[in-house]
Ligand binder design. Structure first.
Ligand SMILES: [Ca+2]
Length: 169
């Protein structure tokens, strides 16, 4: 009689799931589909691009806050990309303040909730003859803006520049 050899289970190679260093893709807010006017839903956030008012970064931050919102935090790449699509659909030539600055410490870019802003791709624009990756304005440029001529990639400009607010609630 032939005896079947015992089945030997090889040790299973378990692939390690690497932890995502930052929560760039899952913001957990995609269920929100209703917003109080004039805010509209974009990727679950309530967004208002106001073309009618312009001011400094601080003035426009206070303006957003007066509408129970704040300047946009785009730490979710998905929200950033959907915001870009919405911007390109609804805007021609405008510049919008968003909620990122290196006002506290030069070179340390933070969203207004304290989250570090990812440097380089996919956020920051290349600009100029040397294709210089922004931010490159040093202590003279401490506030982040999305501008049409840079395809709404992030750029650093002087905080006293006058631009429209990108409010998010
Ligand atoms: Ca700066």
């Amino acid at each position: 009689m032939v005896r079947h050899a015992p089945l030997v289970l090889m040790g299973t190679l378990v692939m390690g799931v690497s932890a995502t260093p930052m929560n760039l893709f899952d913001d957990g807010r995609a269920d929100n589909s209703t917003c109080p006017g004039p805010f509209v839903p974009v990727h679950g956030y309530c967004v208002f691009l106001d073309h009618t008012v312009k001011g400094t970064w601080q003035e426009m931050r206070e303006y957003c806050q007066s509408l129970d919102s704040d300047l946009a935090i785009l730490s979710s790449v998905k929200f950033y990309f959907e915001s870009l699509q919405y911007l390109k659909l609804t805007t021609t030539k405008a510049a919008f303040w968003i909620g990122a600055s290196d006002l506290d410490t030069e070179g340390q870019w933070l969203w207004i909730d304290g989250t570090p802003v990812v440097m380089g791709a996919p956020y920051w624009a290349n600009y100029g003859c040397n294709n210089q990756i922004q931010p490159a304005g040093g202590t003279n440029q401490n506030c982040a803006i999305l501008e049409n001529y840079l395809s709404y990639y992030l750029n650093d400009v002087n905080c006293s520049y006058k631009a429209n607010p990108f409010c998010v609630m």
